[in-house]
Ligand binder design. Structure first.
Ligand SMILES: [Zn+2]
Length: 71
C-alpha cells in the first residue's frame, strides 16, 4: 500500500480520501482513497476532506471515509 500526499499545495499530510468530480452529473464524490490515481480525482488528507465543498450548483456526495460517529 503506497501513501500519497494530500494534493493541496502546501499540505503534505497523507491522503485518506479521494475526491472525484463527475462533470456529467455536477457531483463531487468524496470517498475512500482510490488504489490508483485517476483523472479528475484529487487525493485529500483528513483535514481537507472534511472541509471540501462543491462549487456552486454542484452537490457533494460523501461516502464513509473516516470513522463517523453518526448513529
Ligand atoms: Zn491536506
Amino acid at each position: 500500500m503506497s501513501n500519497r500526499p494530500c494534493s493541496r499545495i502546501t499540505c503534505g499530510d497523507p491522503a485518506v480520501a479521494t475526491l472525484t468530480f463527475v462533470y456529467a452529473d455536477s457531483m463531487a464524490v468524496l470517498g475512500p482513497l482510490s488504489a490508483a490515481h485517476e483523472p479528475h480525482a484529487y487525493d485529500l488528507c483528513e483535514r481537507h476532506a472534511a472541509r471540501t465543498s462543491a462549487p456552486k450548483g454542484w452537490q457533494v456526495v460523501r461516502h464513509r471515509v473516516m470513522g463517523d460517529a453518526a448513529g
